[in-house]
Write a protein that binds this ligand. Sequence first.
Ligand SMILES: Cc1cc2nc3c(=O)[nH]c(=O)nc-3n(C[C@H](O)[C@H](O)[C@H](O)COP(=O)(O)OP(=O)(O)OC[C@H]3O[C@@H](n4cnc5c(N)ncnc54)[C@H](O)[C@@H]3O)c2cc1C
Length: 497
Amino acid sequence: MSAGEVLVVGGGSAAHRFAERLHHHGHSGGVTLLGAEPAAPYHRVLLTSVLDGTLPPAALELPALPDGVRMRAGTTAVRIDRARRLVHADDGSVHRYDTLVLATGARPVLPRIPGLPRPGTSDAVTALRTLADAERVLRASPDARRTVVLGGGLLGVEAAAALARAGHEVALVHRGPHPLDRHLDADAGKLLAGRLAGLGVDVHCGREAAAYCAGKLTLDDGAVLAADTLLLCTGAVPETALARRAGLAVGTGVLVDGRLSTDDPRIHAIGDCAEHPGAAAGHLEPAWEQAESLARQLTGAGPRGAGYRGTRCVTRLRVPGIDLVRLGGRPAGAAGPGGGSGSGAGAGAGAGSAEGSAEGSAEGSAEVVTVADPARGRYARLTLHGQRVTDAVLLGLPRAIAALTRLHEHGLPVPAGRLEFLLGIEPAPPGADELPGDAVVCRCNNVTKHAITEACRAGAADVEQVAAATRATTGCGGCTSTVRKLCGMARTGGSTS
Ligand SMILES: Cc1cc2nc3c(=O)[nH]c(=O)nc-3n(C[C@H](O)[C@H](O)[C@H](O)COP(=O)(O)OP(=O)(O)OC[C@H]3O[C@@H](n4cnc5c(N)ncnc54)[C@H](O)[C@@H]3O)c2cc1C
C-alpha cells in the first residue's frame, strides 16, 4: 500500500525528522504537518541554551522542511474522523489523509500547590517545554533574578545549572533524596549535588513545595525561598488526548507495534507520544529512529519485514563541566529529559514517569562493577550481562563515557580490564578514525562522519566551527569528543576517510 496523502499531527522533532526522511526515501504523495506551536519546528533540547543566553531563540530553528512539505504552524488538530479519514483543526480547517502520523509529543505535568497561578497566566511561574516557556523566563529577567526550580530530574538539573550560569540566584527543590534519584544511586547523587552546589545552585532535597504566593515558595519544612521566577520541571507525560478521543488504544502513550502502527493500521504514532515496549519515551533518539523506521516502511525503502525494534537508551546530562551519562536502564513510558520526579503536592502523581531505578535492574547473573573516587568527583557503576552493559551510570569520566557509550550503542562487549578501561588506561575500542564515512556521528542532527570531514576540509578548525557548518554537537552534545577527534585528525592530516 502506498502511503498516499500523509498528514502529520505535531510540529516537533519527530514530525520534522519524519517529513525529511519521507522525502529522502522518495515518497511521492503530499505531506502536511499541523503544529500547535506558532514557531517553525525547532530544537527543543536546546531550550536551556536559550535560558543561559548562549543561543538566541532563532538559532534553535531546525533546517527548512523539504520542498513540497506543507507546514501549518499555529494549528491544533482537535478531532480525527477515522471513518472519513479526516482531521479537524481548531481554525476550522479539515485535512484529508491516507496515512496519519501522530507526533504530538509530551506535555508538562504541573504540580498542585496552594496559591499557584493557572498555567500561562503569569510570567513568574512557568513549565519548561516550549520556546514560549523559555521566552517567558527571559522576559521576567533581568529584574527577576531569584529563581526556584522545582523538580530535580534531568530537566530541572539542566535548567537550574543554566540559570545559575546566566547569573540567577537559583534554588533547586527536589522531593527525592538527591537530584536525578531515578538515575543515580546515593553515592553518585551526592557527588552530583556537590557539583551543583559548586555551580552556585542551592540544592534542597527531600523537600516538597507547600505553598506559593507571589515571589515566594514555602517548603514543607517551613523554609521560605525567594522566587521571582518559579520554574516547574515536575515531569512530562505523552500527549495522547487526540488519540484517546479518536478511540485509539492508549496506555501511558499511544500504543504502537513494530510498524509503529496504532490499532488503526492507517494511523501511526512516533516520538514522545508513542508507547513502544523497546523505547524510553521522552528522548530524542527513539523519536528520530522511529521517524526513520516509519519513513522507510511507508516508502518501501527498508528491508521487507524490518520494523522498529526499540532504541538503546542513552541519557546525558547537558550541563557544561559535568560529565554524566546513564546507559540502558528500563525503557519506560514517559518523561525522560523532559521529566523528572516532581516536587510539590501532587506533582507527578500518575505521571508514569518511571525512568528505571539505579537499583532496579534484575541482577541475577549480572556482573556489577563499581568505582568511586569522590575526592576527584569520579564515579561509575556498570551492570553487565554477558560482558555487555545493560545499565550504567558514569560521572566525571569523560573518556570512559565516550568509549562505553559507543560499546553500548553497538551492543559490543566491555574489555576484560574493567578498571583500566574506566580509568582510560586501556585503549578505547573503535574510535573516530575507524568509523566508516557514512557513519552518523551526530545522531541528533543526522550528521555523518563524511559531512564533518568535509566541513574540516572546507576550513572548520574546531568543534564550534564544525557545529556552525553542520550543526553536529548542537543537540545532546554526546558526539562532541568524536567531532573533536575528527577535527584533530583533519588538522594533523590523519585518515578521516
Ligand atoms: C528543555 C528540554 C530539554 C531536553 N533535552 C533532551 C536531551 O538532552 N536529550 C534527549 O534525548 N531529549 C531531550 N528532551 C526531550 C526531547 O525534546 C523530546 O524527546 C523530543 O522533543 C520529542 O519529540 P516529539 O516530536 O515527539 O515531541 P515534541 O518535541 O514535544 O513535539 C510535539 C509537537 O506537537 C505539537 N502538538 C501536540 N498536540 C498537537 C495537536 N493536537 N495538533 C497539532 N500539534 C500538536 C506540540 O505543540 C509540539 O510542538 C528535552 C526536552 C526538553 C523540554
